[in-house]
Ligand binder design. Structure first.
Ligand code: GUN
Length: 280
């Protein structure tokens, strides 16, 4: 039986730390030092709307002031980029998040590039040549924290990341490297995928394909982190086939209740860091 890594519990702990950090900032520098976050939502996708609402509530719980800007589906790219520009130059705005995905007529690449790095709460602009990776991409940072809280040391271990997108796979590989892991990144063109995944001491899966990784692809005793969130008949399902993988793993994250709550907590950590930087 694998040990379950309880993301909800760890996220609760992280949120308490952020709330304490917010209190400390305000006590030391006054109300104007309070962290804040401007959340931009374009369109009416119900999942995105719900996520933005949850993120705003998380902010409120941790002493971060949220501002939600909801724009219509037909908002032009130009208008959105102008808004981001305005938020970039607004001294009172400390953190900006544009909820993805945005409607197809808007370039995600242009939008993310437009957000000033010093306000990029998602950590998408964390540079590959940065040593400290202080404002790190939230989901990979969340995974690193979960590993740490579970007593998993990645230094010297073989960590295999399945998925290479900009939000998780690529920054995940970098964060593992910065923590001295040996890293293999697999993707849709990888030949003999299972040959690689079976060599993983720590296997991290982020492909958004339900139950993609099965028990035969996992080494006995591996630590398995499932970043996926898919829905089958309205039920949340990860990228890992929990039933066949769990008996082989030493530790595994459930879906839901694993990486998801931790990703949102990672956003709050970044919001606090951005506000702290403004006081220095
Ligand atoms: N949409 C789904 N996950 C995320 C995220 O982590 N950040 C942003 N900005 N949009 C998302």
């Amino acid at each position: 039986m694998a040990k379950l890594i309880d993301g909800k519990m760890i996220a609760g702990k992280v949120m308490e730390e952020v709330a304490e950090g917010s209190r400390r900032l305000v006590a030391q520098y006054g109300e104007e030092a309070r962290p804040n976050m401007t959340l931009v939502l374009v369109g009416s996708d119900p999942v995105s709307k719900k996520l933005v609402d949850l993120k705003a509530k998380d902010c409120e719980k941790t002493g971060i002031t949220p501002t939600v800007i909801a724009l219509s589906e037909t908002t032009s790219e130009e208008k959105l980029l102008r808004l981001v520009d305005r938020l970039n130059s607004d001294e009172d705005v400390k953190a900006i998040l544009c909820q993805l995905p945005v409607p197809e007529h808007i370039s995600t690449k242009k939008l993310l590039a437009a957000i000033a790095p010093e306000k990029d709460v998602d950590g998408f602009s964390a540079r590959i040549d940065s040593d400290d990776y202080d404002i790190a991409a939230c989901t990979p940072a969340a995974v690193m924290r979960m590993l740490k809280e579970s007593g998993v040391e990645v230094a010297g271990k073989h960590c295999v990341v399945v998925g290479r997108d900009n939000m998780v796979g690529k920054p995940m590989a970098i964060q593992l490297l910065l923590n001295d892991a040996t890293v293999t990144v697999c993707h849709s063109k990888t030949a003999e995928l299972a040959e690689h995944t079976r060599r993983a001491d720590v296997l991290i899966v982020a492909v958004q394909k339900p139950r993609f990784v099965t028990g035969d692809m996992v080494k006995e005793g591996a630590v398995v982190i499932d970043v996926g969130m898919n829905y089958i008949d309205g039920h949340p399902v990860g990228d890992v086939d929990f039933d066949s993988v769990e008996p082989k793993a030493s530790m595994i994250t459930p879906v839901p209740g694993g990486v998801g709550p931790m990703t949102r907590a990672g956003l709050l950590v970044n919001a606090l860091k951005l506000a702290e930087r403004k006081t220095k």
